[in-house]
Each structure stands twice: as C-alpha cells, then as structure tokens.
Design a protein around this ligand. Structure first.
Ligand code: DGJ
Length: 754
C-alpha cells in the first residue's frame, strides 16, 4: 500500500504535515435570497486530516468528504448539508459486502475506479496496454492543495499509469468541479477505451426521485421525473455535440413527494459540448452512483509515452432547499463563475430571422433597424443569409464573404446606420459547417467528417467540417478573426444546425481516428478562447438549431444561449420553465415574434408575447414592417418596463410558483440579489368553469420588511392591499385577476427602506 505523503507546496513544515493541512478561504457574500438555508459568511476550505486520511471540502452550505482506506482506495465518505466544524469524520473503511459473493471493490463507494481487480460496477477508466493487459487497479499516491483546489494522484499497482483527480469547490455555492487526467508514464503507447470525469456517490436511500431534461428540435427542455430503483438510467448523446434529446444535467431529490423548496437535492452537470454520458446506478443497498464524462460509445484515445488525456469537468452540488434551491445555486454559479467575466446584463436585441429568413439586404435590414431602435432595442442582429451564395439553406456555408448582391457596399454602411441609431451590431455565423454547394467544399472535400469511399449524409443540406484537423481549425479561426477585425461587430450568434454522421477522420493515423470526438471539441473551445482574447468586446450566443448545445463547457465561452427555435409564447412557458432547472434566465434569449405564430398557428396578444419573453433575456424577432402604431406604443412601453426589472429577472433568485407543465396556470417570481424588489409574472392559458387564478404565495422575501406592490393594468383583485410585510405577501399572497385565454400579468414588489 502506498503511503500518504504531503505535497511540497503545502507541507513545507513538518508540523503542518503531521497535523494535516488546512487551507481556508473566507468568502464573504451578501445574506440575500441566495443564502436561504446557507451559512452566509461561512469560510470555504479544503482540509486534510493526516491521521484519519480524510479530505474535507467545505463551502457555503455544503460538505464534501472523501478518504483513503486501508486498501489505498479513494472512498466517498459524505456529501450533503454542511457539517458542524466539530463533527468527526471516521476514517474510510472498505465495505466487505454482505456475503462472500460481493467483492469489497464493488461494495465500497469509490471516487474513481479503474476496470480491473474484480470490478463489476461501472469503471471510471478502462485501458488496454500494448501487451494485451487490461487490468487497471488504481491506488492513492499523494495529494496537493492550493486554495480551494485539491489534486489527488492515483497510480496503477504495477504500471506507471497515473490519474490526477482534480477537485475544486466554489466558495459561494459549494458546487464542486471534478475532472481526471489520465497520464501515460510507461514506455509504450496505450489506449484509453473509456474514461469518465468522476463518480458521485449518494447515500443509501429508498425514495430518490430523478429529474432530467429531454427534448427535440422546437420542443426542448422537457422536465422528466421518475423514482430511482435498483438498476441503471443512462443519459447520453452520441451525436458529436451536447444534443437536445437529453441535456447533461441531473437532479436527484430525496423524498417521495418532491417539491420546489424544502427537500435535499443532489445535482450535477457536465461541462462538455461533445458526445457524453451520465450513468445513474442504484445498487441493491439503494446506494446511488452517478458517473459521467465522455461516452464510451465509439471512443478510443491513444496515449503515447508522456501523453495525457484530460476529461471534461463534471460539476456537482447539493441543496437542502429543494430543486428550486438547486437551480438557484446553479444559476449563480453559471453567471458568476462559468461564463466569461465580468459578465454584462443582456441588452434587448432585435434579430431579423423570423422577419426576413434568408432574404436579407442592406435596405431591408436598415428599415428593420430603424423600427427596432424606436422601441428602445439596444442590439441589432442580422441573421442567416448575408454571405456567400446563400439564398436558402442549400448553398453558401463555408464561403464567408459578404454577398455582393445583397450588400453591394459590404456590411459597413449597415453597421454604421445601426450605430447611428444607438444600437450595437451582431451577426449570425455557422462556422463549423459547409454546404456541398460552396467554393470551400469544392476546394476541400476532404475537410468534412467522412469515411473514405462511403456516402456523406447531409443534414439541412450541409456537412460537418472536421474541426479536429489543424487546417480546418486555422481556416475557421482565420475567417472569424478577419470578420471581427474588419467590421465593428459586438455580437456573434454562433449557430450549429446538424448532428454528426460518418464521424471518420481518414487523414489521421488509424489508431487515432476516434480521437476526433475529443479533439474537435477541444479545437472548438480553443477557437472561441482565442477569439475572445483577441476581440474581448465581442459577445457570443450559443445556438444549435435552438437549444441543442447548452452545457457548462460551451458556457465558458458564451454570454447567452438560444434555448429553442420555438417562439410560440405559450409553448415557451414550458420550454423556459424546463430550461431554468439547469440554466439561468440571464442566459436565456427569448424573442417576441409574430402572431399567429408559425409554430402552432396560435394567435396571442402582443402584451402576452412580451410577458412570456420577459421571463428571460428579452429580444424581438417579429416583422416590424407589419406592426401598427399601437403595436409600437405597446412595444416601447414594455421594453422600458423590462429594462427597469431586467437585472432582477436575469440575475435574481428564481422561484417557480406554478409550473406550466400540465397546468392552465403558470407563475414565476425573481427576487433581486440585494433583495430590493421581487418581479412576478403570471400566465393564464384559458379560464375554465369560472375558476379564479390561484393565489400566488410569494417566496424569498424578507419577512419583516415592508414591500409595496406595483401592478400593471390592474391585474390583481379589487381591494388588494398596496403595502405589507414580506410575511404578508408570502402567507396571505396576491390574488391575480385574470379571466379569459392567453392572458398574463406582471407586478413588482418594492422593498421600502434598506
Ligand atoms: C437555426 C437557428 O436556431 C435560427 O434562429 C436561425 O438562426 C436559423 N438557424 C438560421 O439558419
């Protein structure tokens, strides 16, 4: 068994090494709605107890504890509500199972385990060595702590194959980021056949409920909920990118009747925009293991001597405040830690897609820009159609020159006009794709994903460029850099409209061709990172035919995302509700579009459409050429109203008061970070049997503070009081007065005094 040893970086003095290492970071944050149930001002720390050989990661309201057992295995000991500082942690002990039929290696909850030594639970890593040996048994070697980061090194019992496990705990939310680096220190190449980022172990429990998000084009973000039973649930994308069939997010709640705000919830999300897999396994003892990272499907990664493979990050968190609390932690983490910093509030934007389709021109865009500016829009975005021979979706992708018929003077006159109107300018691109009908494809047919001599399946008449190739990476970065250098562009809508097919890379050596799954995404990230570094003022939106590429990996380079092509304001309520389980409203673009909406041919009022879109980051995608003077008056008023509350909507603490799923009602409330206001949206599908709208019992208010109620257009019941305590609004509630079809109300509670 290898002995624990302190690391040079942290054990300069023997005294500290003997005592164990304590690194504490004081995180001060405002006691606001986000801290509900959290220990505000609590110190964040990573501590190592050298006697018990345990690591204790603590931040906000979370403790995460692991230890090294006598077998040298890294064992999960505790993950949940923060323990008291004096609470003892027993040393890790292998679980011998209940009979000789259970090998301890399978019964012991381990943090990261290789396939070998009798393992039958899902391994985190599986390797084939060149001599045919496939047995891998990892044992603890050493650790190092730096601030709120911990690295633990594991090594195979005989071969020089090491795994560096990385842990980082976020001081504000207690969310732990985990990843692994597989390092080949042997003298020969080897093949990693499967590697996940981490395994999260949850305590044994008989009434866990699993939640995850599924969907399809124009129907993303459906919340699924099911009880966990012994067996396995696999969430996966094999399409080369994140996908919308299922999003790499999960939440597991303890309790037969899950609710929004009170139960214990463990949640996690993968930071990876390629193919992925999350396995949720419950064993016969009702313990749960959640293992996620690269999908093993069609995976192989060759490591030459001295090479290493880094997994994506798998983030995990805990909330004792229900799935609502879990979402609020994730929202805060995404906005403050994941996306590029310092992040800015989302401007109100106009996008031309639904108004013009591919039929864009200088005059047409300018006419729309003038109308958009009159509404108070802050950013004007020209969507698809401006480049190459792009008349429809059959041609042009890959040829990133400005179409001379549509913009004879280039983009500059349009951009200047947009600036003169007081807005900044954004542009649509789809950099990873090529139409076979393009100069680029005619010149470089070998640049796409393909298997030699096999058909190339088109999706939306386009093929996927193989971004793993260095020449393709250089081309894509080059045209984007030129576009941004030559034009005053503040925003890119980065689209990605099809899945992979025939994912071959014929130019690579045979035993490296499957690395395309990893190297493609790494190059995508590196292009985005380089663009952001060289054009720091440019903001980017992740779009993938709607919401098919939203994950914590792409969000490290994105300022916002497009959750769905479905802009029907009623469908959007369900889509937006599902989205917010995993992602912040401050990232979620939502356009007001035309009525009847193209999706369902449903007619709704302009006000209803605005109030639906105001739940996220407001955009307008309607054909303004068709708007009446009255529409402009309503639009102008609502854009101004949105701006007044957008900080609270985008960055506040979201409470889902009534879920739209399967209900004729919906309502949300957002409480400002500093608690000065709460913004409430309520929606009615259609009144039935004269029933009143349910009372809205607000949440997250300061019980003692006095709040005054500001209502638009008298949509609360007659006689509703105008001033009362937080307790009153939370206990007595607000009676919304909505009767009819597709109606919505919006009101603000403003806290008086400090
Ligand atoms: C799909 C996007 O989701 C739409 O918003 C639009 O940009 C089209 N692509 C353009 O082709």
């Amino acid at each position: 068994m290898t002995e624990a040893r302190c690391n040079r970086k942290t054990d300069g003095r023997d005294f500290w090494c003997r005592l164990g290492v304590v690194i504490t970071v004081f995180v001060l944050y405002l006691a606001g709605p986000y801290t509900a149930g959290a220990q505000s001002n609590a110190a964040a720390s990573i501590r190592y107890d050298n006697t018990a050989r345990t690591f204790r990661l603590e931040a906000a309201d979370v403790s995460y504890v692991l230890g090294v057992n006598r077998e040298g295995q890294l064992q999960s000991l505790y993950w949940g509500k923060r323990l008291q500082p004096s609470d003892p942690i027993s040393p890790a002990r292998p679980d011998n199972g209940s009979s000789s039929f259970d090998l301890p290696v399978n019964a012991t909850p381990q943090e990261f385990v290789g396939w070998g030594g009798g393992l039958v639970v899902l391994p985190d890593v599986k390797i084939t060595f060149p001599d045919g040996n496939r047995d891998l048994v990892l044992k603890y070697v050493s650790y190092s702590i730096q601030g709120l980061s911990l690295t633990i090194t594991m090594k195979d019992i005989s071969r020089d194959l090491t795994v560096a496990l990385q842990y980082q705990i976020d001081g504000q939310t207690g969310i732990v980021a985990r990843s692994a680096r597989i390092e080949n220190h042997t003298a020969a190449p080897l093949t990693v056949e499967q590697t996940f980022a981490a395994t999260w172990n949850l305590p044994a429990n008989r009434d866990y409920q699993l939640r995850y998000l599924t969907g399809r084009w124009a129907g993303e973000w459906n919340l699924q909920q099911e009880p966990l039973h012994p067996g396995k649930v696999v969430l996966e994308s094999r399409r080369g990118s994140t996908g919308d069939e299922v999003n790499p997010w999960f939440a597991i709640e303890r309790g037969e009747e899950p609710d929004q705000d009170t139960s214990d919830v463990w949640f996690g999300a993968l930071g990876w925009s390629g193919s992925w897999q999350i396995n949720i396994e419950q064993d016969w003892q009702n313990r749960v293991r959640v293992t996620g990272g690269y999908t093993p499907f069609d995976f192989a990664y060759r490591l030459a001597p001295g090479e290493s493979l880094e997994t994506p990050k798998f983030y995990g968190g805990f909330s004792a405040s229900g799935v609502g609390g879990a979402s609020r932690l994730l929202h805060r983490f995404e906005l403050d830690t994941v996306i590029p910093q310092p992040h800015r509030l989302r401007p109100v934007l106009y996008n031309s897609w639904e108004a013009t389709g591919f039929d864009v021109s200088e005059a047409g865009q300018e006419a729309l820009a003038e109308k958009a500016a009159s509404l108070g829009v802050e950013r004007f975005v020209t969507d698809d159609g401006w480049f190459g021979e792009r008349k429809d979706d059959h041609a042009g992708l890959g040829d990133w020159y400005v179409n001379p018929q549509k913009f004879p003077r280039g983009l500059k006159p349009l951009i200047d006009r947009v600036h003169a109107l007081g807005m900044d300018f954004g542009l649509w691109v789809e950099p990873e794709m090529v139409n076979p009908d393009s100069d680029l494809y005619r010149k470089h047919p070998d640049w796409v994903l393909n298997f030699s001599g096999r058909p190339r399946t088109e999706g939306r008449h386009q093929l996927v460029l193989n971004l793993a190739r260095p020449d393709v990476r250089a081309y894509v970065y080059g045209f984007l850099d030129k576009l941004l250098s030559e034009n005053d562009i503040a925003f890119l809508k980065w689209d990605y409209n099809r899945n992979w097919s025939e994912p071959g890379w014929p130019a690579a050596p045979l035993d490296e061709q499957k690395e395309v799954y990893v190297k493609y995404v790494q190059n995508l990230y590196s292009i985005l990172a380089e663009l952001r570094q060289n054009h720091p003022h440019v903001e980017i939106e992740s779009c993938s035919g709607g919401g098919a590429r939203v994950d914590l990996g792409i969000l490290r380079y994105m300022d916002e995302v497009w959750p769905s092509d479905n802009t029907d304001p009623f469908d959007r309520l369900t889509i937006q509700n599902g989205f917010t389980y995993a992602y912040s409203p401050g990232l979620m673009m939502a356009w007001v579009t035309d009525s009847p909406n193209w999706m369902n041919n449903r007619s709704t009022s302009l006000e209803y459409r605005f109030l639906s879109s105001m739940q996220g980051s407001l955009g307008i995608g309607a054909n303004l050429n068709k708007w009446t003077a009255e529409d402009f008056a309503i639009g102008k008023k609502m854009v101004a109203q949105y701006k007044a509350v957008r900080e609270t909507v985008q960055e506040g603490a979201l409470y889902r008061l009534i879920s739209p799923a399967g209900s004729e009602y919906a309502a949300t409330e957002s409480v400002a970070r500093d608690g000065h206001e709460a913004v409430v949206f309520a929606y009615l599908h259609s009144s039935q049997e004269g029933k009143p709208f349910p009372m809205l019992y607000l949440k997250g208010l300061d019980p003692k503070a006095i709040y005054s109620l500001h209502v638009e257009d008298g949509k609360v019941a007659d006689g509703t009081v105008e001033r009362a305590s937080g307790d009153y609004w939370m206990q007595q509630g607000v009676e919304v007065s909505l009767r009819g079809d597709f109606l919505a109300a919006f009101f603000v509670l403003e806290r008086e005094g400090k």
